[in-house]
Design a protein around this ligand. Structure first.
Ligand SMILES: Nc1ncnc2c1ncn2[C@@H]1O[C@H](COP(=O)(O)OP(=O)(O)OP(=O)(O)O)[C@@H](O)[C@H]1O
Ligand SMILES: [Mg+2]
Length: 238
């Protein structure tokens, strides 16, 4: 057994003293695609923001590659190799596709290296190459989401955290998005995925955690969660 790349141990966090995460523990192994699923307000985004260093846990710990990162500020967490793609895209809307990508590598000074990364991403997302000089706000929703993921990969993360990539996409595009995420994972990037689209997420994930009001209520191999009566009743309307 290899050691997990990310180990979240019993973290508590909240907003202005109001707790919303009540002791979450999870592990991610190198190369895995892990999904956190749950309804609105379950605490999925808060969990990711805490891992990313945007919120501080009031208790518990987060280890990445064996190092305690629980108290590190977000830019240091990014430097360690964790890239967080937040909900709602947050692109630089007036900048072009290429400019958005360049800004995703702001920690890297070597221009040659940055160019190499862009070319690599263009192979993975050909649609972005064809729209290289188009400003981000004129891209379709699906293209913007691709750009958000690609920008998140410009820092060459060891762990990519994707928050609700399916949001606002029509079903056919959700499927395409999921295929893209699988492809990114197969290219060697460990992924933590957060989704309200429970079925779609569990269909592509290796393992999953079901979050309910700040607690993990079920976890395990994705296929057993897909079979779980509790999960099917609560999230798939079956
Ligand atoms: N900035 C904030 N200030 C106060 N409370 C917040 C804030 N952000 C989130 N919360 C609360 O924390 C809880 C968890 O929210 P969170 O955004 O983590 O859920 P989520 O699972 O990502 O939901 P969604 O699927 O709607 O994105 C909710 O009760 C929410 O109201
Ligand atoms: Mg959220």
């Amino acid at each position: 057994m290899t050691d997990p790349i990310l180990k979240v141990d019993n973290i508590l966090t909240g907003y202005d003293g109001v707790p919303v995460i009540h002791g979450i523990s999870l592990d991610i192994n190198p190369g895995e695609l892990v999904a956190i699923v749950g309804a609105n307000g379950a605490g999925k985004t808060s969990t990711m923001r805490t891992i990313a260093g945007l919120m501080k846990p009031t208790a518990g710990s987060i280890h990445f590659n064996g190092e305690d990162i629980s108290r590190l500020p977000a830019h240091m967490v990014l430097r360690r190799g964790i890239s967080y793609v937040p909900e709602g895209r947050r692109l630089f809307s007036k900048l072009t596709v290429r400019e958005n990508l360049v800004l995703g590598a702001y920690m890297e000074k070597d221009k040659h290296e940055i160019e190499g990364r862009i070319e690599e991403l263009y192979r993975l997302f050909p649609v972005l190459e064809s729209r290289s000089s188009q400003v981000a706000e004129t891209l379709s929703g699906g293209e913007q989401q691709m750009l958000a993921i690609a920008r998140g990969m410009m820092s060459k993360p060891r762990l990519l955290m994707l928050d609700e990539m399916s949001l606002g996409l029509m079903p056919a595009l959700v499927e395409k998005m999921m295929d893209t995420i699988v492809q990114v994972n197969r290219n060697g990037v460990t992924i933590l995925l957060v989704e309200q689209m429970v079925q779609e997420a569990l269909e592509i994930a290796h393992r999953g955690y079901v979050l309910q009001t700040g607690r993990i209520v079920e976890s395990g191999p994705a296929e057993s969660l897909l079979d779980s009566e509790q999960v099917r009743k609560a999230y798939m309307g079956m």
